[in-house]
Write a protein that binds this ligand. Structure first.
Ligand SMILES: [Zn+2]
Length: 116
C-alpha cells in the first residue's frame, strides 16, 4: 500500500510503497535514543521511495562509519527517514511523520543498536 508522510513544516514530503503498518521499531543506539523516534520495522527500497523537498530543506547527518544517513528537515528539525546501517541504500520512515498512523496504538519492538 501507499504511505504518505511529511516533516512538520511540510518542506519535506515523501511517499513509499510498503506493507500495512502494524508494528514499530525503536533503537537504543546513540542517535536513536536521542531522537526518540519510532520507525517502520520494515525497510523501504530506494526505488519504492519518492522524496519531494523544497530545495535546500533536506539535510543529512552521518557519523562513525558514515553508512547510515540520518535525513532531517533543516527548517523544522524533524527527521522523516534514514538510510539504514544494516542494509545500506534502504530506508526506514519515522512513523510519527506518516498520515493515518497512530504510533501510540502500535506494538513497538526495540532493536539493540547500541551493541553494533
Ligand atoms: Zn520541515
Amino acid at each position: 500500500m501507499k504511505h504518505k508522510g511529511s516533516c512538520h513544516c511540510g518542506a519535506v514530503t515523501f511517499e513509499f510503497e510498503g506493507p500495512e503498518i502494524t508494528t514499530g521499531l525503536t533503537c537504543n543506539c546513540s542517535i536513536c535514543r536521542r531522537k526518540g523516534a519510532t520507525m517502520t520495522e520494515f525497510v523501504i527500497s530506494q526505488s519504492d521511495l519518492t522524496i519531494t523537498a523544497i530545495e535546500g530543506a533536506l539535510s543529512t547527518y552521518a557519523f562513525a562509519s558514515n553508512v547510515a544517513k540520518h535525513h532531517f528537515c533543516n527548517r523544522c528539525g524533524i527527521y522523516p527517514f534514514h538510510q539504514t546501517l544494516r542494509k545500506p541504500g534502504y530506508y526506514r520512515a519515522n512513523l510519527g511523520c506518516l498520515e493515518g498512523v497512530d504510533v501510540t496504538k502500535l506494538p513497538i519492538s526495540v532493536f539493540d543498536g547500541a551493541s553494533l
